[in-house]
Design a protein around this ligand. Structure first.
Ligand code: BGC
Ligand code: MN
Length: 396
């Protein structure tokens, strides 16, 4: 700090003949008189900034989603993570480890030896996981995929481990229209992973057969209803067909809170675009979905439906959980970028009014066909435009 010339001289005079302690006090005193205005100004500005930050934080995190800004609040909401450590810490250090996922059965002989009986419940951490995976983007023909990954499967894309009793009964629901190559990549990549994860699972491809705009969320609702007609699944994974997991420690199970699974996607630079994102791949229990009344049926075209689901989750005081980005990594298969729907922001803003009158309880569609292939069940539907109900009804 540069003191004015005259002040310095004055201070030298004052110091003459005085003790050290006294000198110190004088220095402080003169600094004080010099900068008091400046200091006061800085302190006041700092206090103001702190107050603005505190109020801003309180506003953004506590205002209910029924407010004007409701539909967009989840862009700011804090996010909780399941503090999941990799099941096999030694894999973490070996970042170069890559394994092909299309081994013949997805099982290892070790697994069969360790868990010889179906009466033993599978261990919480599946023993045959390999960690980081290589994502193959070469599309093979369906019959060759069936031959390479279809062993030990039942028709309709179903599997349950032989060596132990699965802990989780999981339906994987894919909204679908004209993405044959991506579906082939998905099936070839996913079956070996799901088998290694020792899940009792089924894959449902819900095809939108009408000529309306694509309605991803409504296809999820259809998948939920139709899958439950076949088996009492307790966990649902709602999954974009173009997303391929890069690590099999990302377990396809449903924890106590809804889980956002596609945390780190290559096309999004492996970062969340915003904290409240709930798109791509999400895991919800049957009971969560019934409480939430499923997804909204009002989002025709690209975008917004996942944000509305995030708002439903927050409205029912559920917290979103996530695995760490190092594990919850995905490659997005290449495709043309969709044009966002123009209505989506308005529908999203009004969404909170219809959580209990729009979703599973007003869902309407015609079942066009249901076909069972070895690697998946195909459910083709014609969706109907529906209005929210006048009054909520039970959706269970
Ligand atoms: C859309 C979401 C989408 C997200 C990330 C948002 O603007 O509303 O539907 O998942 O962007 O692409
Ligand atoms: Mn995509």
């Amino acid at each position: 700090m540069e003191w004015p010339q005259r002040q310095r001289k004055k201070d030298r005079n004052i110091f003459k003949g005085r003790g050290c302690k006294q000198r110190y006090r004088i220095v402080l005193g003169s600094m004080h008189s010099l900068n008091i205005h400046k200091m006061r100004y800085i302190l006041k500005s700092l206090a103001l900034i702190v107050i603005i930050l505190i109020f801003g934080y309180i506003f953004v995190t506590s205002v209910s989603e029924d407010s004007i800004v409701g539909g967009h609040l989840n862009y700011f909401r804090p996010v909780s993570y399941i503090p999941m450590d990799p099941p096999y810490p030694h894999m973490e250090s070996n970042t170069k480890q890559t394994k092909q996922t299309n081994d013949q059965s997805g099982q290892s002989s070790k697994t069969n030896l360790t868990y010889p009986s179906k009466s033993i419940v599978c261990p919480p951490i599946p023993p045959s996981l390999v960690g980081k995976l290589k994502v193959n983007e070469v599309v093979h023909k369906m019959d060759s995929i069936e031959a390479s990954v279809g062993s030990e499967m039942s028709i309709g894309g179903k599997y349950s481990p032989r060596e132990c009793m699965a802990r989780h009964k999981v339906a994987i629901v894919l909204p679908y229209r004209n993405r044959k190559a991506q579906l082939a990549l998905f099936l070839e990549h996913m079956h070996p992973i799901l088998k290694r994860q020792q899940l009792d699972y089924g894959i449902y491809v819900v095809n939108q057969a009408d000529s309306n705009e694509f309605n991803r969320a409504m296809l999820f609702n259809v998948g939920f209803v139709e899958a439950l007609k076949e088996a009492n699944w307790d966990c649902f994974i709602f999954h974009d067909v173009d997303l391929l997991p890069e690590d099999d420690r990302n377990l396809y199970t449903c924890p106590d809170t809804p889980r956002h699974m596609s945390v780190a996607v290559n096309t999004l630079k492996y970062k969340l675009p915003y904290a409240g994102i709930f798109g791509g791949v999400v895991a919800l229990t049957k009971s969560h979905i019934l409480t939430l009344n499923g997804f909204s049926n009002q989002f025709w075209g690209w975008g917004g439906e996942d944000d509305d689901m995030a708002n439903r989750v927050a409205h029912y005081k559920m917290t979103v959980s996530r695995y760490k980005p190092a594990i919850a990594r995905y490659t997005m298969a290449k495709h043309k970028k969709e044009k966002p729907s123009e209505q989506r922001l308005k529908v999203l803003k009004d969404g909170h009014k219809y959580f209990n009158t729009d979703g599973l309880n007003n869902l309407q569609y015609d079942l066009v066909s249901k076909k069972q292939f070895l690697l998946y069940t195909s459910i083709s539907v014609a969706l109907k435009h529906v209005q929210p109900l006048a009054r909520p009804t039970s959706n269970s």
